[in-house]
Design a protein around this ligand. Sequence first.
Ligand code: S6P
Ligand code: ZN
Length: 184
Amino acid sequence: MIISSGAFVSDNGRLRGENVAGSVRRLKDLPGLFMDDTAYRSMDPEQIVYEVQLHNSCGSAEGGLLFGTSTVTPGKVGREYFMTKGHFHEIRNRAEYYWGISGKGVLVTMDERRQASTVRIEPGSLHYIPGHAAHRIVNIGDCPLVVGACWLADAGYDYDLLAKEGFSVRIVEENGAPAIWSNK
Ligand code: S6P
Ligand code: ZN
């Protein structure tokens, strides 16, 4: 008998089936992330900023792989586009692949000396994120930004290092177009 794999990726990047779990980050979960706190406090705290779905068949076993998709809602807090929190991996040398599924975005990466780089995410674009690089995605379009990811299961997440100073750049709307602002 030939059986189904048990899990599926839809055209819109949604995962369903066995070993799939999801999480949602709303504005109320992201205090201090956006630069304009007045705008942040004036918005609906229940507004979804992004959702993450994960296919996990191995827990956090060394050598295992995780597969996920992240969907960032279109929107802004003040002039700053909706984005993920961003993180270093807890095991710093763990790399990751991202690829664009739909929507328009920016991948922001930053090394431990706060050197940042930015690259456009579009449907089909492929992005290798080396170890020792914090990473975040930003939705600069009018539709949901959907990004696929694959990474080592033991990588873990370190949000603490970014909690104080954040990334050294921010992606904001300036004259109707995305611009990179320094946040040194
Ligand atoms: C995990 C991978 C993604 C992010 C997701 C949410 O290594 O990079 O699945 O977890 O895009 O971002 P964040 O920064 O809230 O974990
Ligand atoms: Zn990661």
